[in-house]
Write a protein that binds this ligand. Sequence first.
Ligand code: FES
Length: 561
Amino acid sequence: MRTDADHGPGRGRTWPVKAAQLRLWSGLILFAFATTHFINHAMGLISVDVMQAGQDVRTAVTRSLPGTVILIAAAVTHFVLGIARFLKARTWRLGWRSGVQLAFGLLIPIFLVRHVLGTRGVHEMFGVDDDYDYALWAMWPNEAVGQAILMVLVWVHGCIGLHHWLSAKPWYRRGLWFWYGLAVLIPTMAYMGFVDAGRANAQQVQYDSPLTADQYAVIQNAFATSAMTYYGILIAAVGVWCALLIQMRFSPKIVVSYAGGPTIAALRGQSVLEISRANRVPHASVCGGRARCSTCRVRVLQGLEQLPAASEAEAQVLGRVGSPANVRLACQLRPVADLTVSTLLPANLDGRQSARIDKYLWGVEQEVTILFCDLRGFTKMSEGRLSFDVVFILNQFLGRMAEAIEDTGGFVDKFMGDGIMAIFGMDVPTAVGAQRAIAAARAMGGVLDGLNQSLREELPGPLQMGIGVHTGAVILGRIGAVQRAEAAAPLTALGETVNVASRLESKTKELGVQVAVSAVTMAAAGLEPGDRVARQAVEIRGLSVPMDVYVSGRATDLPGN
Ligand code: FES
């Protein structure tokens, strides 16, 4: 079975992981600051006094020494790492969300520096009490449009980042409309609070400028200098990015072939996802290329040997979804030689669908216990009965048996006519899976007794069943329409163990018993079989030697913990 180690964690570069984590955490700190700031604005819908009370609480944290240090460190870190990420991109086709996030992120400082200098800046430089009376006087109505733009830039940039981070998490997907609602409600209320308080303040408060003419000139100068400095940084970053792109265009190309798709002469240094985007090859990327969602993964069909080792971030994600050695994350893989890949997930996949696609997509070899159960003689029993009765009885039987399986920790793999196949031990050690399968068989025996009691008026004779149980290695995989975005393919088990369990169930009829549990399963479960089950060697089709099996006329006689 595949593990993280197959993708070489530790052998790849670790700093990008730390950088991605730092960018995420610094972003979260800034987003938390922005959210509380917005909520504080929204309090203006009640009154300026309430707004100010909220501000006092908030600034007690954000203007304390630790709060200040954390905020400045988060802002600098996020900005520097954002620019670094921009420089790493080797295509301007980023996907609309990432494109908007980047553009808004680059615009934020233009408006933010003015806002910060006009509030905390004047407080620190000239001792101005920048409470809400002052802030509203300074910003309403002349700065109202600028503030609205700043709020939209900050909020959209942060929300896209959060969405990329959380999009594959089931709890987030489940509450998506709630989160969308919050994402609209918070800035709307904030701006309404700002406008309401601004109007009220303009009517009620006679405010004289706390700045002298010289101080005003200093602050205007600071506005201009900081804006020019930032434009300089921006132009330099774009210049470096263009230079890197030009240098890449003149360096030797590699050939990337997509199975069933185009063959592309690609730039060395681009990630496979960037190559797809730059050449309009449809490619899923729910997290926007941040090594979080795993939806961009590709199977490498040729050129695996020349690929750089997976970074720690990539190895972690691939390990989490149990992907094999020839599967890589397209957003992290920067090939240096020709390669052939096939994309694995539908290009229009969204986070909700990606959350349902798991390691079983690849096929995982695992030791589990398989249980087969079949209703005996049902075809004969259903002769001459109304179809309604037949379906009712069958549903009673299958439904109650499925409950017994699930109650004991099994997974109902499929219903096959009047039979059931179940898997035990997918998420627990083999021993526990084997114990649960035996417990399920025992419970199913009891369920059948109860069912026969309740249906005795309806039936010519009691229902009978056979159960076969065996433990061993199987391939667990999603078999079916895995490329269809609308549904995850059903999970099933394949292999010799499944065949043996099925044949054991068939043998119960021949042996005249209700249950046959292989000695392998009994040993794996660590259970003493007891006196009420018999051990015997049974010929199983496909096996060269007889198999040791424990059989009993009543599944309720099986041992338990
Ligand atoms: S796009 Fe999400 S991991 Fe590559």
